[in-house]
Design a protein around this ligand. Structure first.
Ligand code: GLU
Ligand code: ZN
Length: 501
């Protein structure tokens, strides 16, 4: 089999969205699975909408995800340059060639004239197609129109009859009537090529074997197939991957929450979680495992197992998968990923000390089983680093309000002062002994203590938590809780939300 060459060809008009990331991933996976080549090409010929910032963001997101390219920006390659804006002469040459062959022509219609005709078509209920008015202009007519100061576009002469077939690896044979494809523009009046034209010229020039892209592009493909034929190029294989829809089957948009890779990263998703989840958006492995580390996806990936059906985007599932990686990845990796979040929350310094790093590692080890994102993880360890938090309100009503709590916490504090060493086991023994002596259930000591030392009602094992926090902090926090309780809790009725008397 010929060596696979695939590409991801983003238009730099925004951040890398999960749909784009999924397209990039599927191309990358086919390249890595087959030992082929993954090319990154920037389609920046839309001058109004393309920005350098967007190129940078897309590149940063791809790198962060680990979708490395073998040819493209920053590294170059045999088929460069990899920015379409640097390949304009190629499109000019090819457009000229098509004009000479009689397969393309100059169209001098102005945008106003075209808009008026579209409006007319709309009024009379006809499809708003270009009417082919400039198809057969003589040289004199062209010269006259140019003399009027009109800037021509170059249009492709689409056959008026017959059909154009797209043989798609995923969607099968899809036929399009040529009569519905009007003479589309190849080169705009500002000299820039259109997407369809530049895409075909480059996909061929770059020797690409498979064009894997979103289903949204399927309607462009017959135009591209016609261009391949006109230019005498061999067709690549097409694979249009299914749409990603919101849970209500509407088009995925901002209102469904985060949609860019960058946002997910900021929300504390790991690349492992995102990649695993995206791979399952349209593709499925043979087995039923949903947790698929990247190496296994690479091993098992094939275009045959990509579904035709739309994939439903489910952020809960992605979060669940992310939680798995948070628990299972090597601790050092998770700590490394968590550090920027701890810094952002001011829990550790910009240049963390040895002590801060140790506490980060130990507290993450203790709490990561309960977190699904790095943001949750950061929240879960925050009380190890800072003291200025408030008690959980429900917890106060539940665990601080019963009679004798302050006294029991005071006793616990006295006991802890003498526990040696201050280990989880020793603290636990001290607590169980004290509970027995006081004739209360251990829970009556444990719940208020957890609230006192962490401000929360849930968390990791209390005795491990206390051992990590250390004696000094535990004692100080118990003192604070006693003072808080003795300062007077809201009356239960009031706490329940009844109006004050
Ligand atoms: N620049 C196009 C896009 O971002 C590429 C489509 C394609 O892969 O052909 O949608
Ligand atoms: Zn025209």
């Amino acid at each position: 089999m010929e060596k696979v060459r695939v590409r991801f060809a983003p238009s730099p008009t925004g951040k890398l969205h999960i749909g784009g990331a999924r397209t990039a991933l599927f191309n990358w996976l086919l390249a890595r699975h087959t030992g082929g080549t993954f090319v990154l090409r920037i389609e920046d010929t839309d001058l109004e909408r393309s920005t350098r910032a967007s190129v940078d963001q897309i590149i940063a997101s791809l790198k962060w995800l680990g979708l490395d390219w073998d040819e493209g920006p920053e590294i170059g390659g045999e088929y460069g340059p990899y920015y379409q804006s640097q390949r304009l002469h190629l499109y000019e040459d090819k457009a000229q060639e098509l004009i000479e062959k009689g397969l393309a022509y100059l169209c001098y219609c102005t945008p106003e004239e075209l808009a008026a005709k579209r409006e007319e078509a709309r009024r009379t209920g006809r499809p708003p197609r270009y009417d082919g008015r400039c198809r057969n202009l003589s040289e004199e007519e062209c010269a006259r129109l140019a003399a009027e100061g009109r800037q021509p576009v170059i249009r492709f002469k689409v056959p008026e009859t017959g059909e154009t077939v797209v043989d798609d690896l995923i969607r099968g044979r899809v036929a399009f009537q040529n009569s519905i494809l009007d003479d589309f523009v190849l080169v705009k009046s500002n000299g820039m090529p259109t997407y369809n034209f530049a895409c075909v010229v480059d996909d061929h020039a770059m020797g690409l074997t498979h064009i894997i892209r979103a289903e949204e592009h399927l309607s462009n493909t017959p135009r591209q197939v016609l261009l391949y034929q006109a230019l005498g190029y061999e067709l690549p294989k097409f694979a249009h991957v299914p749409m990603i829809l919101a849970p209500d089957r509407s088009k995925l948009s901002k209102r469904h929450g985060a949609t860019s890779v960058e946002e997910f990263r900021e929300q504390g998703y790991l690349k492992e979680g995102i990649i695993n989840y995206l791979a399952l958006l349209g593709w499925s492995p043979e087995g039923t495992d949903e947790i698929m580390p990247l190496e296994r996806i690479v091993e098992e990936f094939s275009l045959e197992r990509i579904s035709k059906n739309a994939a439903i985007y489910d952020v809960k599932k992605m979060t669940w998968i992310n939680g798995h990686y948070l628990r299972e990845l090597p601790l050092e990796r998770v700590v490394e990923e968590a550090l920027p979040f701890l810094k952002k929350e001011g829990l550790i310094g910009a240049e963390p000390t040895e002590e801060e790093l140790e506490l980060a590692t130990a507290s993450i080890a203790l709490t990561r089983d309960r977190a699904k994102t790095l943001v949750e993880l950061t929240d879960g360890v925050s009380y190890f680093f800072k003291d200025d938090w408030a008690y959980d309100e429900k917890g106060v009503r539940k665990h601080f309000a019963s009679a004798g709590t302050a006294e029991r916490l005071r006793q616990a504090r006295e006991r802890l002062a003498g526990v040696e060493p201050f280990s989880a086991e020793a603290v636990e023994t001290a607590y169980r002994t004290l509970a027995a002596e006081l004739g209360v259930k251990a829970a009556q000591l444990i719940h208020p203590t957890r609230l006192a030392v962490s401000g929360r009602t849930i968390g990791p094992g209390l005795f491990e938590l206390m051992a990590l926090l250390g004696r000094e902090k535990c004692l100080a926090r118990l003192d604070r809780a006693v003072a808080f309780i003795e300062a007077g809790l809201p009356a239960p009725e009031q706490a329940e939300g009844a109006p004050p008397m």
